[in-house]
Write a protein that binds this ligand. Structure first.
Ligand SMILES: [Zn+2]
Length: 318
């Protein structure tokens, strides 16, 4: 099961205890993915489509518990995606539909509130109801990426205004979200791990939150190990590159004028380096007679390098 499905599954089993919260969550689901149909006889019906059975179950339960309405469910096999199914939940009865829409403050004086917008909606005055609304919005049209891959949380809105309102609602919990236009939709999204942990907390998805935190801890550990390894590898590469360069310089001197032309201290080091291409400067120093410290070895190697460079310059002029 995808992480998104896991979270929705968990949230679908979370039925708020307060009626106010149930109303807020129902309002969110209808606002984000509901359709209101008005017949030629001015009869209302409310419909939602979803491919997620957990969402269907949740909405059905909310209608039953909050409004005592038994909605109609139809299941359609998706013709394109062989295993996909679409669940349609409809409140067909005109009086029931009016009751739901009016209580959710999506209908005022017989008119649908501007695009079923959520601004100034009194159903989300309390903090508990705000949480419920975010939860409903996520269930209705949200998704969250598998945290092992990357951090991404989003809720798709069908208008810019709705996206802004949702983003402000999320902001009331001190969580920063952004809005991006995608095709004809506006997507409210959160990209940072800490923000996603916070929003899961707002929605009271406690199991998902714990799972995400575990992944975050593992990821952080892995990153710090990787950083260390990368750092060590970089240092090692530098050492190896330096040793290769030293050997090349010494061999050049050997092939042109011969190592015997070098001052005694340098000649001895050059010969030992040729025999021990892999050892560290400290070890090289220990092999010298008398032994020399790391900085002493470094100094002599620089001299050798300068001599090689001088020889190369002279040869290129000749
Ligand atoms: Zn509430």
């Amino acid at each position: 099961m995808s992480f998104s499905k896991e979270v929705k599954e968990e949230l679908s089993r979370h039925i708020p205890s307060g009626r106010h919260c149930c109303i807020a969550e129902t309002a969110a689901i209808i606002s984000l993915c509901g359709h209101v149909k008005i017949s030629s006889q001015d009869r209302f019906s409310v419909k939602i489509h979803t491919e997620n059975i957990a969402v269907a179950r949740k909405y059905f339960t909310l209608l039953k518990k909050t409004f005592n309405i038994v909605a109609e469910i139809t299941i359609r096999k998706n013709a394109y995606l062989k295993k996909g199914r679409t669940y349609t939940i409809t409140v067909n009865n005109h009086e029931d539909a009016l009751k739901v829409l009016t209580t959710c403050k999506l209908l005022e004086d017989g008119d649908i509130v501007e695009n079923m917008s959520i601004s100034d909606n009194t159903v989300i005055m309390n903090s508990c109801c705000k949480r419920s609304f975010v939860r409903g919005a996520f269930i209705a049209s949200g998704s969250i990426s598998t945290p092992e891959k990357f951090y991404h949380f989003e809720i798709v809105c069908n208008s810019y205004d709705k996206a802004v309102q949702l983003s402000q609602l999320i902001k009331s919990f001190d969580i920063e979200s952004k809005i991006v236009e995608r095709k004809k939709y506006f997507v409210v999204y959160i990209k940072d791990g800490a923000g996603i942990v916070d929003i899961l907390n707002v929605m009271e998805a406690h199991v998902a939150l714990m799972n995400l935190e575990n992944v975050r801890i593992l990821k952080e550990m892995r990153n710090s190990v990787n950083r260390k390894v990368n750092c060590e590898t970089a240092n090692l590469n530098k050492t190896v590159a330096a040793a290769v360069k030293q050997t090349m310089d010494i061999k050049y001197i050997q092939e042109t004028v011969g190592l015997s032309k070098l001052p005694e201290a340098l000649r001895q080091l050059a010969e030992i380096r040729l025999e021990n291409p892999d050892v560290s400067l400290k070890e090289l120093g220990g092999m010298l007679e008398p032994p020399v410290g790391k900085s002493g070895v470094n100094h002599r190697l620089r001299k050798i390098s300068e001599i090689a460079k001088k020889l190369q310059e002279d040869n290129s002029l000749a």
